[in-house]
Design a protein around this ligand. Sequence first.
Ligand SMILES: [Zn+2]
Length: 263
Amino acid sequence: MIIIFLLLGLIIGSFLNAVVYRLNAVESLMERSHCPHCSKKVRWFDNVPLLSFILLSARCRDCGEKISWQYPIVEVVTGIIFALIGNYFFHSFDFASWTLTAYYLVIFSILMVIFVYDFKYMEIPMLVLWLGVGVSLAYFLFADWQNFGNAASILDLQLISGIVGGLVAGGFFYALAAYSKETWMGYGDAYLGLLVGLVVGWPNVIVALMLSFTIGALVSVGLIVVSKKTMKSQVPFAPFLITGTFLVVILPQIFPYLRYLFF
Ligand SMILES: [Zn+2]
């Protein structure tokens, strides 16, 4: 089963690369992929996730231009994320796990697009972000409706816990962006805070924020040490926030004792 999720992730990852590219180039998603250098259409047998990149030795078959490492990296990472979600959340005999798994696959695909887009263009694609908010609200309404009788407190309702988490993270980043006049954070990060807070809910959003800032600090120090960046250079924050969010979702599944720490 884990192999099926891995393969699905590789294929979806390949699609997400195309989404990132076409969001920026404003092209239709229905068109066949083409080489950004020579514009020749990519042959179907050269469009196999990961495998084609290796077989073509990272070069376009037509013009020999190098293919960006972004493509195989996003495919493999999406594959791994899908495999982890499938492995830890999917139980074939439990219907509720089907919808939860589907929700996580969709939302982390959306977050993957935002991750790569912000990394490349230093900008949050708002259309994709609001799609994530809409998908989350719809899923929470459905899950709460299924589970209403079991909720002991109002925060056990995912809709409520999600909205509180979203307002806390979104409000926090909004305040940082306003106070620093967008030098520490942009308003785009505030909207992303809203989305990731919604996904992990209250109080997990606090752990997600702490993890994001820790990872961000470690990576920034690392970049300064290898002197690729200076203290002043802008580092997009979305990748750290999204990494922190995924860790909050998956780590307590991999290491169950962490649940006592997190929740
Ligand atoms: Zn080419």
